[in-house]
Design a protein around this ligand. Structure first.
Ligand code: GLN
Length: 236
């Protein structure tokens, strides 16, 4: 799944690794395809409308659930956006049709609301994630799902501008161990280079232990980040 250019997040991870001389192999996982938990260090799930989620949910349950859960236990990093994020939780209950079972990698549940939450969004990252640099995330949200966080997960951050998880509790996204999800489309990563590098360092940890990524010139990315935040503040 990949709504609103979510696939651009994969390109961003690949490019910010390549600029550092880190070889990355990108593998698109298809329906009915099995997963080798030892092989993959970073899983990305894009967003998708209810119909696509229905297809993906049953495929995950039938062909991938056990191996993805094993991959999470082995320390692989998961990053999911919107519809993908909803399917990392226990379930997504759409407005019409049956409840879609999730992977249960995040202690969250999602139910469709009667109003779409659409617009630019700015989030202050959870300080527990210790991104000791710029800790604002900026993106675009478009979802009717309302996600509620359980005890075993933590909010990715606090909404500064926009709706976030459910438009009620001012939380946005969730994380649990190395599993991260949020509603920020955009794609989110090109305009949030520090968070991108944070995910890359986590994904490399399993094979190479703690590493310090070499610094890149983020001038263009930082400018895009600032302009997007400005626009978001003006737009709400
Ligand atoms: N179908 C889900 C919702 O509307 C996810 C949409 C999306 O991925 N943009 O909440």
């Amino acid at each position: 799944m990949s709504t609103y250019g979510d696939r651009g997040n994969v390109l961003t991870i690949w490019q910010r690794c390549r600029w550092r001389g880190i070889e990355v192999e990108v593998k698109e996982i298809d329906l009915k395809e099995k997963i080798n938990p030892a092989e993959i260090d970073f899983y990305f799930f894009g967003g998708g409308q209810d119909q696509a989620q229905k297809i993906v949910s049953s495929d995950l349950q039938r062909y991938k659930k056990d191996d993805l859960r094993k991959a999470a236990r082995l320390g692989a990093v998961f990053f999911a956006i919107c519809g993908g994020y909803q399917l990392l939780g226990h379930y997504y209950r759409p407005a019409l049709g049956d409840e879609l079972t999730g992977l249960g990698l995040l202690d969250v549940v999602t139910v469709a609301g009667n109003q779409r939450m659409i617009g630019n969004i700015v989030v202050e990252l959870n300080e527990k994630l210790k991104l000791n640099k710029e800790n604002l995330l900026v993106g675009f949200e478009n979802h009717s799902g309302r996600t509620y966080i359980g005890k075993r997960a933590a909010a990715l951050g606090k909404v500064v501008v926009g709706y976030g998880n459910n438009g009620e509790d001012r939380t946005e996204g969730a994380y649990q161990g190395n599993v991260f999800g949020c509603y920020l489309h955009g794609p989110i990563l090109p305009k949030n280079p520090n968070f991108t590098d944070f995910l890359i360092e986590k994904a490399l940890f399993r094979r190479f232990g703690k590493i310090q990524l070499t610094k890149l010139d983020n001038d263009l990315e930082d400018k895009a980040h600032e302009v997007a935040i400005e626009r978001a503040r003006e737009s709400r």
